[in-house]
Design a protein around this ligand. Structure first.
Ligand SMILES: CC(C)(COP(=O)(O)OP(=O)(O)OC[C@H]1O[C@@H](n2cnc3c(N)ncnc32)[C@H](O)[C@@H]1OP(=O)(O)O)[C@@H](O)C(=O)NCCC(=O)NCCS
Length: 219
């Protein structure tokens, strides 16, 4: 994940759960009635987040779930978390450097039958069909899904509004591992201004599809 994010973003990953990862105040209550697997991923990804926060010089803090599930970061910090089978990751940065971050990881396998139609516009489906294979096969449908999830995770803390999959039109750059996502004019706006474009990076590694969006602060 580190190679997908610009300097100034701290990244911590785990390729399995850490059974002894401690929970901080208020966190145990969030997952008290959840299955063991959910409690483990919840604690492990927060351990990753606190490790990354430590590199920013931010003391360990609880990371609770706020509106619509968005993580509540310590003051002055932006960040994002993801977990999928075999992988957990957290990214954080100073709010003075980045307005928002969004990451997503998925197992590198095709989406279930019928899912692409629910997440992709006709133009995006044509785009995916035209993408070259680049030697190793890329499951472009799952990549598109991960990109949209990463955009949403960066978008929500900025806007406080939910995005439909149809609100973002994504173009993948298959050669340079980049993407752009243009939010539709009818979609929600940042600071009253729209439409908004997100730029990000993606890669396929270790059986995973990873996507990351970073919104820098204006210079
Ligand atoms: C919330 C959502 C993005 C999570 O993605 P996911 O692939 O299912 O799961 P991941 O493990 O990658 O991510 C889960 C983490 O996302 C973060 N998250 C959840 N809701 C969030 C939100 N509204 N904003 C930012 N981050 C959020 C949390 O950190 C969560 O981890 P936690 O529950 O341990 O705190 C997804 O379930 C969802 O609701 N998608 C529909 C909306 C959407 O993506 N629209 C696309 C618009 S283009």
């Amino acid at each position: 994940m580190i190679t997908l994010l610009p300097p100034g973003v701290e990244v911590e990953e785990a390729y399995g759960d850490l059974p002894d990862a401690p929970l901080h105040a208020g966190e145990a209550e969030v997952v008290a009635r959840s299955p063991v697997a959910r409690r483990l991923e919840f604690a492990t990804v927060r351990h990753c987040a606190r490790t990354a926060l430590g590199r920013l010089g931010v003391p360990p803090a609880s990371i609770l779930r706020g509106a619509a599930g968005a993580p509540q970061w310590p003051s002055g910090v932006v960040g994002s978390m993801t977990h999928c089978p075999g992988y957990r990751a957290a990214v954080v940065a100073r709010a003075g450097a980045f307005r928002s971050l969004g990451i997503d990881a998925e197992v590198h396998q095709p989406l279930p039958d019928g899912s692409l139609r629910m997440i992709a516009s006709p133009a995006e489906r044509r785009h995916l069909a035209e993408l070259p294979r680049l030697g190793a096969e890329v499951h472009w449908d799952t990549l598109l899904f991960a990109v949209k999830e990463s955009v949403y995770k960066a978008w929500y803390p900025l806007s406080g509004t939910v995005l439909d999959f149809a609100d973002a039109e994504v173009v993948l750059d298959p050669e340079n591992g980049r993407f752009s996502a243009r939010l539709s004019a009818s979609g929600p706006a940042v600071d009253g201004v729209g439409p908004v474009s997100f730029e990000g990076r993606w890669r396929v590694v270790d059986g995973l599809v990873q996507a990351a969006s970073a919104v820098p602060c204006p210079p």
